[in-house]
Design a protein around this ligand. Structure first.
Ligand code: ARG
Length: 590
């Protein structure tokens, strides 16, 4: 089905046409943007005439009156009036609202456009580290990246997901050496497997033990360094142990992704090690083109505008003085691959705000090297920190970073209590399914509804609250709508009766549902899923008011019931589709 233009777009066009018609023939104004916004006085208010009159050194009320003469009431605009210093107040015709609700509801995409911006976007997100537990920082990257991927893809963009797993680096020398010296540690995975799939406790234990040994035992440290050289040289036995460790970690990551309902798959996991074969070439090219220079033995890229606190130029080190490559080199290699092989028009990096300088330097170096042409956009999408209830970065009582799985368990536990209280008749199995949907949805929504760059406090009780701006509230609103639709008697189905005059609460709901497509476009434009969250919350609350003011199944006539069922259905479709784009399940029943 073709895109359904929003009522706002239709009004904007009509007012713009009227402005043009009101101006003397031949006059081309700088802008005829009516600056339309929703308003309490009427449905919309157009403020653009003020600026335009000022530009033409004319009286805004006079210009407004002229525009009004050319703005004829029609099937969309029921009435228009001039107010204040020169605003236009515009009221939409009831039948236009009902008709829009009907066409949107009949379309699987709810009338939203599909090819707003078609290009290829590579999104780098999640990025956990091998042999380490995923923590709250990875939660944010995973959840935000996944929602953005879904929203962009829905808008018609080709999206390539890249899970830049930390599977390479100096720590692997020590890890592998430890495993080689403690072969008994290698084969007890099964005993650790928890209810949610493989656990990380074995690799975690090994990480700590090998680190402790590395720090205290000089000879072990030497053997670990030799092991690292062997790994980099591709020694088969060493590679085999490394490979096994990577696989074990990946099984755990996949269990987390399955539990979180994120779309990342094995094929999306292109770890840092994948770029290892080309790092030497990357450095060679940087050096021969003069982008990087040797400084104190290391190969460095310097920038005019990036200095340390003492005013000394701060380098991006692409090769250390011992010949090793680092995190930056891998990111540069990945850029080349993403531009040349994947054909990226846009690259997004959903990574902690603390890495802002790293990405600034990497992007600038890549531009200078000619690997990142002007037509390709590279954006670091930073996010804030997850805080504990004390307002400090979230830590366990012993001061460790909080395991992602523990955090999810906590939310699911709270959700189980909420669901059990609301639906006491549920069997154990059913209760478990819903507790998961609610708990995981709550965690994701709490994360996504906070503007990306802000810190937020992880509060599981608040997250699963049935009232307020929570994922649980949205899920309940949708389940309630589905139950109303199920309860409609035989032969009474959602249907448009455009001749019926609408109540204010119906108008408010219909006009809001009409904004879904524009909201998605905005969220995609600025890469901010929280805009979609705020919209869905408004839909759920506006629906609550509608349902309170406008009885559906006990309406004055069957026609009114059918018309209201139609509004209910689109509200449910919008909530479901919006939640899905955030990666949140919208169960039909709770
Ligand atoms: N693995 C890193 C971490 O856990 C984040 C990697 C970010 N992505 C990237 N392309 N550099 O902190």
């Amino acid at each position: 089905m073709p895109t359904v233009p929003s009522l706002a777009a239709a009004v904007r066009r009509r007012v713009a046409d009227a402005i043009l018609a009101a101006l003397p023939e031949g006059e081309v104004p700088a802008s005829v943007d009516p600056q339309l916004r929703r308003s309490d006085r009427a449905d919309f208010q157009a403020n653009g005439i003020l600026g335009l009159a000022k530009q033409r050194k004319g009286n805004p009320r006079e210009l407004g009156a002229l525009v009004l003469e050319h703005l004829h009431d029609d099937d969309v605009i029921a009435s228009s009036e001039l107010s204040g210093p020169g605003f236009l107040n515009l009221t939409i015709a009831d039948p236009a609202i009902t008709a829009r609700v009907a066409v949107r509801s009949a379309d699987p995409r709810l009338g939203t456009p599909a090819v707003e911006r078609s290009g290829t976007t590579v999104i780098d997100y999640s990025q956990p580290n091998v042999a380490k537990e995923m923590h709250v920082g990875h939660l944010r990257s995973t959840v935000i990246g996944d929602a953005l991927a879904r929203i962009l893809e829905f808008g018609g963009e080709k999206v390539i997901r890249r899970n830049h797993i930390g599977d390479w680096g100096t720590q692997f020398g020590m890890l592998i050496q430890f495993l080689v010296e403690h072969p008994d540690e290698q084969d007890e995975t099964a005993a650790d497997a928890g209810t949610d799939g493989p656990s990380m406790s074995r690799l975690n234990r090994i990480y700590r033990a090998s680190r402790a040994k590395f720090d205290s035992d000089e000879e072990f440290a030497d053997r670990a360094r030799e092991r690292l050289v062997a790994l980099q040289a591709g020694d088969p036995q060493t590679l085999a142990v490394w490979q096994e460790m990577v696989e074990e970690s990946k099984r755990y990551f996949e269990a987390v992704y399955a539990r979180l309902d994120v779309l990342l798959e094995d094929a999306d996991a292109v770890g840092e090690s994948a770029y290892n074969p080309v790092l030497a070439k990357v450095c060679e090219d940087l050096e021969s083109s003069g982008v990087a220079v040797r400084s104190e033995g290391a190969l460095c890229v310097f920038f005019d505008d990036i200095k340390d606190p003492e005013g000394k130029p701060l380098p991006l080190i692409v090769q250390k003085s011992d010949g090793g490559y680092g995190y930056a080199t891998t990111d540069l290699a990945a850029i080349r691959d993403r531009v040349n092989v994947l054909g990226a028009d846009r690259m997004l990096y959903v990574v902690d705000a603390r890495q802002a300088l790293h990405f600034r330097m990497v992007f600038a170096a890549a531009r200078r090297a000619g690997w990142l042409p002007d037509r390709v956009e590279a954006l670091h999408l930073p996010f804030g920190t997850v805080l504990g209830k004390d307002g400090k970065p979230f830590k366990t009582r012993s001061g460790d970073t909080v395991r992602l799985m523990d955090l999810l368990d906590e939310a699911v536990d709270r959700a189980r209590a909420v669901v059990a209280e609301k639906s006491p008749h549920l069997g154990a199995e059913e209760l478990e399914v819903r507790a998961r949907q609610v708990g995981i949805g709550a965690v994701k929504y709490a994360d996504l509804s906070t503007s990306r760059t802000r810190d937020y406090i992880f509060d599981a009780d608040r997250m699963v609250s049935l009232s307020g701006d929570t994922g649980t509230y949205l899920q309940y609103a949708n389940a309630r709508i589905q139950s109303i639709l199920r309860k409609a008697p035989e032969g009474v189905t959602p249907a448009a009766h455009a001749e019926i005059a609408l109540e204010p609460a119906e108008r408010a709901l219909g006009l809001l549902l009409d904004e879904f497509g524009e909201t998605l476009a905005q969220a995609a434009e600025v890469y901010e899923p929280h805009r979609l969250c705020a919209y869905l919350y408004a839909v759920a609350s506006t629906f609550a008011t509608f349902y309170e003011k406008c009885p559906v199944l006990k309406a004055p006539s069957q026609e009114v019931t059918e018309n209201r069922l139609l509004f209910c259905r689109l509200a449910g479709q919008t909530l479901t589709s919006g939640m899905n784009l955030l990666g949140i399940t919208a169960p039909e029943q709770l």
